[in-house]
Design a protein around this ligand. Structure first.
Ligand SMILES: C[S@@+](CC[C@H](N)C(=O)[O-])C[C@H]1O[C@@H](n2cnc3c(N)ncnc32)[C@H](O)[C@@H]1O
Length: 283
């Protein structure tokens, strides 16, 4: 769990100077695109204090030395600690309704090839791609070749997502019929846990991917979900990213973004259909 409230700076176990915070936020921005505002000091302290304890370091100055030089394991732990991974099954439910009622019927009617390619970019612990997989499998005939690519920067999240195992409380809001079809309940030692069915897991490929780096695939995708990810980036990074997404989508393909995100004055290659759903414009 990533800690919420931190003790006042004067009562803290470690000293984090202004310089330490500057170094940390520069590395985060260079490596991930995530912008840490001044208001994020307490959050950064809370998330990284644990790393200092694990490494037995006396202060943030020494930790900054490690992450400034390190290109290996600690850098990955550092990035994992900084990312915010909040997610849920069927989060922003209107996107899944649109998918079921509008987009999938449109794709099935118009595609020449019986093939659908989907990307969940910034998938966190996997609830988003599994929700997409359920809707797709319920609505697209079995003889369609459907594949979902699900990627995230945070290696812990990608590992958790590919296991597809969750506390059953996480699925309590899902319709019973849907649960019965797609979810296996744990027994004995695993009681209280659920696992996504093999059929769902079989159509999703989970990979670690930093959206700031090159993308080792070609697309084109029929639709991309990149929700509640760009909110952590500045406008220039968002502009570059939305343009890259546009390059990986067919004309007329769709892009779903988070409820507090917008392409307004950022990227004009998409047309807003409503409620953070966009359609790529043809040339
Ligand atoms: C708040 S979660 C959103 C999860 C899901 N898309 C949703 O809306 O429920 C944001 C995710 O973006 C990922 N992320 C942040 N920066 C990233 C980057 N540069 N490349 C890839 N993923 C990134 C984080 O690791 C985190 O899991």
């Amino acid at each position: 769990m990533k800690a919420l409230k931190q003790p006042a700076a004067s009562n803290r176990e470690f000293v984090m100077t202004e310089r330490d915070f500057e170094i940390i936020r520069n590395i985060v921005s260079e490596r991930t695109g995530i912008v840490l505002s001044d208001g994020k000091r307490d959050m950064v302290y809370g998330r990284l204090a644990r790393r200092l304890r694990v490494l037995g370091l006396p202060g943030f100055g020494q930790y900054c030395d490690v992450i400034s030089q390190d290109d290996g394991e600690e850098l990955s732990e550092f990035i994992n600690a900084i990312t915010t991974n909040l997610t849920a099954f069927f989060r922003e439910a209107h996107h899944f309704e649109y998918l079921e009622k509008e987009l999938l019927p449109f794709i099935m009617e118009n595609k020449k090839e019986r093939k659908i390619r989907i990307w969940s970019a910034g998938c966190s612990s996997g609830e988003e791609p599994y929700s997409i997989a359920m809707v797709v499998r319920e609505n697209v005939p079995k003889d369609w070749d459907v594949k979902i690519l699900a990627t995230d920067l945070d290696t812990n999240m990608v590992n958790k997502a590919s296991l597809g195992i969750y506390d059953e409380k996480r699925v309590s809001g899902i319709d019973k019929k849907r649960l019965k079809r797609w979810i296996r309940r744990g027994r004995g030692n695993n009681s209280g846990m659920i696992r996504m069915s093999d059929e769902l897991r079989g159509i999703i490929t989970f990979n670690q991917l930093n959206l700031m780096h090159s993308w080792p695939f070609r697309g084109p995708f029929d639709f991309i979900f990149c929700r509640n990810v760009v909110i952590y980036f500045n406008k220039d990074t968002q502009r570059i990213l939305f343009n890259r997404f546009a390059d990986f989508l067919q004309d007329g393909a769709h892009m779903f973004i988070g409820h507090s995100e917008s392409m307004f004055n950022v990227c004009d290659r998409f047309r807003l259909l409503g409620k953070t759903i966009y359609r790529k414009q043809g040339i």
